[in-house]
Structure formats: structure tokens, C-alpha cells
Write a protein of this length. Sequence first.
Length: 361
Amino acid sequence: MAQEVRAVIAPGKGAPVRVDTVVVPDPGPGEAVVRVQACGVCHTDLHYREGAINDDFPFLLGHEAAGVVEAVGPDVTEVAPGDFVILNWRAVCGRCRACLRGRPWYCFDTHNATQKMTLKDGTELSPALGIGAFAEKTLVAAGQCTKVDPSVSASVAGLLGCGVMAGIGAAINTGGVGRGDSVAVIGCGGVGDAAVVGSRLAGAARIIAVDIDDRKLATASAMGATHTVNSRDRDPVEAIRELTGGHGADVVIEAVGRPETYKQAFYARDLAGTVVLVGVPSPEMTLELPLLDVFGRGGSLKSSWYGDCLPSRDFPMLIDLHLQGRLDLGAFVTETIALDEVEAAFARMSEGDVLRSVVVM
Ligand code: APR
Ligand code: ZN
Ligand code: ZN
């Protein structure tokens, strides 16, 4: 039986979000209905609300979520009712060239639920990042659910579904940070802070946090940065070199998404070092570099998609570290809020003093 639940809808370009009643269909083949317990508020939700991603309004927002599987459709083997799960953006196929070569994050045959959740008048909703979890219940592809230890609180577990995984994964998966490495992280919002945490987990000896806001640098220190640089006060490339014996960092992680910080990342790495680009630039941005520098500096320039994560491998591992007290996911949660406070949380996010507001159902 289809059921009605409360959910947060972005009705049109730039318009405030509102809580409305939505209809959740019974799960079809390959689908699952999840009773959402917590969902973080991310910049990407705000970008959907602003129409910056696409025009498929109305959107059903929310995509950093954890909850309990309530029902599954025919032929679902991945999860069963009662499982505690973290949701991810898309189910991968397991059969394409990218999947077979062990790079499922590049899978080109990903899928979400086939059916749509709707408003009461039948209007179809577009779920943000294929999830739509600012809702009491949501419909996803069963392959978007990863079962994890149910003793973790949902408000921290959900964070692994997006920004925190992107940052930790940029360090441990894409950057391959190793014991004794020096790492520089440019831009210390939620993603950059998670890259700091990932670098510490991987055994980095020096973790240099760079930002233009001293409040962000203080948080990065609390998360494990060993040195901080405010790039309003001094040239970050020079500062990173100075802090690494004159040669630059082994791994530089860019978590802003702007040409000037891409360029800083490029020049702040050691010869043969690795630059990891996590910050997402806007379509019109370009970067000009002397080819001799590109050639002559060796090493590699990598972009990191969703932390190059494999949810079935990385989510349970990170939850395990959290439960052992070796990774404090709780440090990313600034406040917990109710479903009808998402619009207010967007405003606070823009002021820059919230790492994550998490909606708790
Ligand atoms: N130099 C250094 N830091 C900067 C600069 C700059 N020129 N400009 C902005 N910053 C800092 C901000 O002060 C902030 O702390 O970058 C940080 C960006 O953080 P958030 O806005 O909180 O964004 P976050 O959620 O961390 O995402 C960062 O990663 O996944 C992508 O799309 C995401 O592009 C975004 C980036
Ligand atoms: Zn695939
Ligand atoms: Zn997100």
C-alpha cells in the first residue's frame, strides 16, 4: 500500500523549501523503502533549491542519510526489512568496464529507484542525488543501501553518505596518503576537515590546514591538523614549502573548487607529489599553467569523485573506527534540527559557522 509521509520539497528556482505530504509507493523490483532516521543538510541541497544543478523542480531534498529498511521489492537480496543502512547516491551495476576494473565509482550504468515519489496531486518529485531523504520515508534502489552496525547513532552514520566520505576518501582512497606523509588541505569546510581526519587516520606526520577564515582553521586543528595557514595573511604555497623542509607536501588536497586554490594546490606539492581535487568548480572556470611546470613537476593530478569510495567496503569500516573511538564522526555535527527547520539551516550554513546541521526524524 502506498503511504503518505512528511517531506521537504524545493518547489521552484530560489524559492524557500516547505514541508509537504508526499506519497511513497510500495517498493518495486530492486527497490527498498527506508524509514529515515537522520539526514544531514549539505550545500548540494541548497544548490538544488537554487536551480544550480538542473531545472527538474519540484525536488525532494536531502541525501546524507541513515535509517532502517522498512520494505523491499521482489528479487531484492542486498538488504532486508529491519537492516540499519546508510544511503548512497547511486547503485552501481557491477558489470561495466569501470566496475570490472575495480573502479565502481566511475560506473557508467548506475541506477536509482525506477518509481517516483509524488505530491498528493500526483506531481512527480525529483529526489536530490537520487535519494530525497528529508522525509520520514524514502524510496531508493536497494543497491543504494549499505548495511552497517546498528549501534551507531543515525545522525553521525548519515554523514558518510556524502561530504564526510568525500573528504576522508580524498585522503585515503584518491590521495593514497601513507604513514609519515606531509599533507596540505586547502579549504577547511566539512569536506576539507574530513580530509584532515582521513589524513590523520592514514598516519600522515604533518597535516597543514589552509583557509581564509580563522574559525575554520581552529576547527581543523581540533580535527587533527598539525599546522594552520591563513592565506589572507600569507602566501599559502610559500608557507606549505616552509613547513615541509622547503620541498612541498607529498599530497595536497584542494577542497574549495576555485582557480586560485587549484593553482596553489598545483604548486604546493613536492616534486612527484600528488594533487587531489575535491572542490567542484563552476562550468565557466579555467586555469592556465606553464606547460613546463606541468611537465617538470612530475607526480600526479587527480580528481576525487565521492572520495572514490566503495560504500560496501568503506562505510562499515569507518563506522567501525567510529565505534572504537578512533574516528570522531560526532565532531562534524554542529546541531540536530527538525524537518521544518531546513530553510533556517540553509541560512546558517551560508554564514559559515555550521559544519553540519542534521535533521533527526
Ligand atoms: N583559500 C582557502 N580557503 C578558502 C578560499 C580560499 N581562497 N575560499 C574559500 N575557502 C574556504 C572557506 O572559508 C570554507 O572553509 O573553503 C571552505 C569551503 O567549505 P564549505 O563552503 O563548507 O564547503 P564544503 O562542504 O567543505 O565543500 C567544499 O568540496 O565537494 C566539494 O562541492 C563541494 O566544492 C565544494 C568543496
Ligand atoms: Zn558499472
Ligand atoms: Zn552532500
